[in-house]
Design a binder for this molecule. Structure first.
Ligand code: FAD
Length: 500
């Protein structure tokens, strides 16, 4: 089943959709962990807020994650320390620890049923990698964490070296967000599901358009993972897709903790999730740039094969994939955008359950005029050319390469008949590239293949049956409607009549 285990096991927030025009102080677009925690904290301060969620609360990337909460970061704290300085790395550690503690406090306060558990975080190496392990240890200790050297784990294979940090955490992120949404003070905040914002009219009072009604707001928070619309910082965040599966074991023990491998390029992580139906072993990894999947690879299959190297897998009960945005200098972008009173929270890499809550704390302080110790290091308008140069140049050359592929004749097929049931292909019609899909029942549909965000040509994602933009990560249904990413508008429909 290509649905995340978190979504399957979480109850719905049961919000209505927007049916009439309203005016609020802050409009939050997106009801993931960032949007809902921000709404909760702002409502607590007596600020009038509305959340507009295009689908289900907590059902976006939050439900596509691994559900781990940890102070350390995916690309390691020592990289932040060496790119920036000790002070910045310390603030990252401090802000992330504060966010995890807030999540725990909220879960306890409202008895949110989301399987929250304090757990150790383990970084291990099967082949050595002493240097990486040692540097990680030294940095974590420097920034206040207690680190233990280990020579074995509860994983069913030998390790050469490793470290362990107690008191990190795991939960079901979709259940947390849906649970918190129900506890937001309704005197100050309304949450709307199935209410996609398709246009923002910018002004002294911003006007957010949904298909059914409008919201006027002094401030807008784009808690949409990647900010909607065109922003310069989209050149500094790089979209990747990553794969996950939840398996039941025939025999053997389910490991307790957050397990990261130090050496593997595909760095699959491991964790266990216990439900009323029993335990599941979750593994996540094998990322690639959005819209640039290797056609010869079976990412889910490879993930499963890797799991089976060490585990006696009975069934794969759930599999899903999700998107993350790596920032060019390793820190997320949180704060006011280049548009007045429009705020963004993005570039979280795979650390955004915690960074989403850090963002909420920053927005609360910014909007209530309080000093915030971390706002400066994360601010969205920062420009760090030296720290970003290597990845900035590499990634934007990659984007340029994708634009250059839009030359005449570079298409997947010449005839609609070449598009088989269940497939999507780019077909060139009178010098225009069309994204053509044939459904399983044989019906053809077509749209312009030009991404409505910044006009890159989309590619067919055969694993997930979607059109994915290789430049900035917008994704569209086979019929062209927006799924995620910075694009606001669907692919432009084309009519197929008669069939070529
Ligand atoms: C495979 C994977 C594993 C990960 N594991 C972890 C982990 O273990 N720990 C961790 O800390 N982080 C992890 N992350 C990162 C983390 O999941 C994300 O950074 C985080 O969930 C982002 O939350 P968000 O609320 O900002 O975005 P989302 O959860 O994506 O929420 C954005 C919401 O905006 C809505 N939206 C979009 N456009 C519109 C619109 N036009 N109108 C209205 N609503 C709109 C979407 O429907 C969505 O619900 C992982 C990421 C991936 C890809």
């Amino acid at each position: 089943m290509t649905e995340s285990i978190w979504k399957a096991k979480a109850s719905n927030a049961k919000a209505i959709s927007l049916s009439e025009d309203i005016e609020v102080e802050v409009a939050i677009v997106g009801g993931g962990i960032t949007g809902i925690t921000t709404a909760y904290l702002l409502a607590e301060e007596g600020i009038q807020v509305a959340v507009l969620e295009s689908m289900d609360v907590g059902g976006g990337t939050t439900a596509g994650s691994t559900g781990n909460l940890y102070t350390m970061v995916d690309n390691r704290l020592h990289h932040i320390q060496s790119k920036f300085n000790d002070k910045t790395a310390r603030k990252v550690a401090e802000s992330r620890t504060t966010a995890i503690n807030l999540i725990e406090d909220l879960i306890k306060k409202y008895a949110i049923d989301c399987s929250f558990k304090r757990q150790p975080w383990v970084l291990y190496s099967e082949t050595g990698e002493e240097e990486t392990i040692k540097t990680t240890k030294d940095t974590l200790e420097k920034f206040g964490l207690e680190v233990q050297d280990i020579t074995s784990t509860s994983l069913p294979f030998n390790i050469k070296s490793g470290i362990r940090v107690e008191n990190q955490a795991q939960f079901n992120p979709a259940a947390f967000v849906a649970g918190l949404a129900q506890k937001v003070d309704q005197n100050y905040c309304s949450i709307y599901e199935n209410s996609p914002v398709h246009h923002i009219e910018k002004g002294s009072l911003h006007v957010l358009h949904t298909p059914t009604a409008k919201v006027r707001a002094k401030k807008v928070v784009l808690a949409t993972h990647s900010p909607k619309g065109i922003y310069g910082l989209q050149m500094a965040i790089f979209p990747h897709r990553e794969y996950a599966l939840a398996a039941r074991l025939r025999s053997g023990d389910y490991p307790e903790g957050i397990f990261w491998s130090a050496e593997s390029k595909t760095h699959p992580s491991l964790r266990t999730y216990e439900t009323e139906e029993g335990k599941f072993l979750i593994t996540v990894g094998y990322h690639h740039k959005v819209g640039q999947a290797d056609e010869n690879k079976d990412y889910f299959g490879d993930l499963e094969k890797n799991l089976k190297r060490h585990y006696d897998v009975d069934t794969v009960a759930y599999k899903w994939s999700a998107q993350h945005y790596k920032s060019s200098d390793g820190l997320p972008y949180i704060g006011e955008s280049t548009d007045d009173n429009i705020f963004v929270a993005t570039g979280f890499s795979t650390d955004g359950l915690t960074y989403g809550v850090v963002s909420a704390l920053i927005f609360r302080d910014l909007f209530t005029g309080k000093e915030n110790n971390w706002a400066e290091i994360y601010k969205a308008k920062r420009f760090t050319p030296l720290k970003s140069a290597k990845s900035f140049i590499k990634e934007n050359l990659n984007v340029l390469g994708e634009y250059l592929k839009d030359y005449p004749g570079n298409a997947d097929a010449e005839m609609f008949s070449e598009v088989k049931a269940g497939e999507g292909k780019i077909v060139e019609i009178k010098n225009e590239k069309w994204a053509v899909h044939r459904s399983d029942d044989g019906t053809l549909c077509a749209a312009s293949a030009v991404c409505t965000h910044m006009e890159c040509i989309v590619n067919w994602n055969n694993e997930e049956k979607t059109w994915d933009c290789p430049c900035h990560g917008s994704r569209f249904k086979p019929t062209g409607e927006v799924i995620e990413g910075p694009a606001f508008s669907p692919l432009d429909k084309r009519s197929i009549n008669p069939e070529k």
